[in-house]
Write a protein that binds this ligand. Structure first.
Ligand code: MRU
Length: 377
C-alpha cells in the first residue's frame, strides 16, 4: 500500500467524514476516502496519492457502491493528471478495478474525456488536469442532486403504492451516503420516509459474505435515528411470509438496456420472494447506472470474488488479497462460489426510480426514453 496512507482522527465523528473528498495539501493533491472496510468499529481515512492506491482501495472495497465508484474513478483520473502520471494508463487500471458497476467506467471516462478535450483544444497538462478535476467535481455534485431527486420520486411512489403510510421497507446491501455524493439511492428513499414520519421500520439484510448491510447500512441507519432491525439474509423469506414487509428497496450496480438489474448477490432471491408475496420490488439508481450498451442481463459481467471471503469470516477488515487472515468457518481447502452480484430480470422489478423519473412497468423502450430524456438535459 505504498501510496495509500491510513489516517485516524479520534475526535472526528462520522457525520463529519464524507465518503470521499479531494484535498490539496502543500505536498500535492490527494484523494481522501473513509475506509469502509473498517466500519462500523473504526472511522479511519485512507489517503491516496496516486491512482494505483485508489485501484487497491476499490478492489478491497475501502471505497465501494456504484455511484461512489463513479465519483472515485473520476477523481482518480484527476489525481493521475495532477500528479503527472500517464492518464490513459491510470484510466485503464481504474476502469478495470471492478467489472460490474458501470458507474466506475462512466466516471473514469468523463474525467478522461475532459482531460483529452482540454489538451486537444491547446491546453497544457496543468490546464488539462484542472479540466479533469472540474469534471470529477461536477459528477460528485450531480450525484448529490440526483440522490435528492431519487429520494423525492421514491417516496412519492411508496405513498402511491402503499397508501396509509407507516412503510416497512426491506433493503439489501448498502445504498446510503457511504455510496454517494448525497444521501444515496434506496437508503435515501427510506431516509426521506423517516424524516416525514412515514417509515415504520427499515429491515436490513446483513448481506453475506462481506456484511455491507450489518456493517454499513445499520451504521447509517443508527446515525439517523430511524427504527431499524438487522436480519440474516436467510430470514427475509419468513419475514415476508409473516406480512412484515410493505416494499423491498434496493440500489443497482448496472441496469441493462432490457431493464435487468445487477445488484449485490441476494437481490434476485428477494425479488422472487417479493413477487410470491405480492410486495413491490423497487430499484433506486441514478441514470448513470443504466447501461444502454449492455443489451440484457446475461451480458452483465458479474464479479467473482475470492473464496476466502466465504470460507472465513474477517470482520471488520476485509483482506486486500490472498488467503484470509480471518476466522475459518469451513474446512481448510473448501471451494467457495462467491459472485459479488446477481441479476434480477425486469419482469420481477415493479419500478426503477431515477432522478429523471420512474420507469414502471420496466421495459426496454421506457428505459431508452428515460436515457434519451436525460441526455437532452
Ligand atoms: O460490492 P459493493 O459493496 O460495492 O456492492 C454495492 C451494492 O451492490 C449496492 O447495493 C449498489 O452499489 C447499489 S447502491 C448504490
Amino acid at each position: 500500500m505504498a501510496d495509500q496512507q491510513a489516517r485516524t482522527d479520534g475526535d472526528k465523528r462520522s457525520t463529519e467524514i464524507p465518503a470521499i473528498r479531494w484535498e490539496e495539501p502543500p505536498e500535492g493533491p490527494v484523494l481522501v476516502l473513509l475506509d469502509q472496510t473498517r466500519l462500523p468499529t473504526e472511522e479511519v481515512e485512507l489517503v491516496c496519492t496516486d491512482a494505483s492506491a485508489l485501484v487497491e482501495a476499490i478492489r478491497s472495497l475501502a471505497v465501494r457502491g456504484a455511484p461512489l465508484l463513479g465519483i472515485a474513478g473520476a477523481y482518480g483520473v484527476a489525481l493521475a493528471a495532477a500528479r503527472g502520471f500517464d492518464v490513459a494508463e491510470a484510466a485503464r487500471a481504474l476502469e478495470g478495478a471492478r467489472p460490474t458497476a458501470v458507474n466506475l467506467s462512466v466516471g473514469v471516462r468523463r474525467a478522461q474525456a475532459a482531460y483529452q478535450d482540454a489538451l486537444a483544444s491547446g491546453g497544457d497538462p496543468t490546464e488539462a488536469a484542472t479540466a479533469a478535476l472540474v469534471a470529477a467535481r461536477a459528477l460528485h455534485r450531480q450525484d448529490a442532486e440526483a440522490s435528492a431527486l431519487m429520494a423525492a420520486h421514491g417516496l412519492a411512489l411508496l405513498d402511491e403504492l402503499l397508501p396509509g403510510g407507516g412503510h416497512r421497507i426491506l433493503t439489501h446491501c448498502n445504498s446510503g451516503s457511504l455510496v454517494s455524493g448525497g444521501e444515496g439511492t434506496a437508503f435515501a428513499v427510506a431516509l426521506a420516509a423517516h424524516r416525514q414520519g412515514r417509515l415504520r421500520r427499515l429491515w436490513v439484510d446483513e448481506t453475506r459474505p462481506l456484511l455491507q448491510g450489518a456493517r454499513l447500512t445499520a451504521y447509517e441507519a443508527a446515525r439517523t435515528g430511524m427504527a431499524y432491525t438487522l436480519l440474516t439474509d436467510n430470514a427475509a423469506g419468513s419475514l415476508l411470509a409473516a406480512g412484515e414487509v410493505d416494499a423491498v428497496l434496493i440500489g443497482a450496480d448496472r441496469i441493462a438496456a432490457d431493464g435487468s438489474v445487477a445488484n449485490k448477490v441476494g437481490s434476485y432471491p428477494l425479488a422472487v420472494l417479493a413477487r410470491y408475496h405480492h410486495v413491490p420490488f423497487i430499484v433506486v439508481a441514478p441514470v448513470t447506472t443504466v447501461d444502454p450498451d449492455t443489451s440484457d442481463g446475461a451480458s452483465i459481467e458479474v464479479e467473482q470474488r475470492p473464496g476466502f471471503e466465504v470460507t472465513e469470516v474477517a470482520v471488520p477488515h476485509v483482506p486486500v488479497t490472498g488467503a484470509g487472515g480471518g476466522v475459518p468457518v469451513a474446512p481448510l481447502g473448501t471451494q467457495a462460489y462467491n459472485p459479488a452480484f446477481d441479476v434480477t430480470p425486469p419482469e420481477l422489478v415493479t419500478a426503477i426510480v431515477t432522478e429523471e423519473g420512474i420507469v414502471s412497468p420496466v421495459t426496454a423502450q421506457a428505459l431508452a426514453e428515460l436515457c434519451a430524456r436525460s441526455r437532452q438535459v
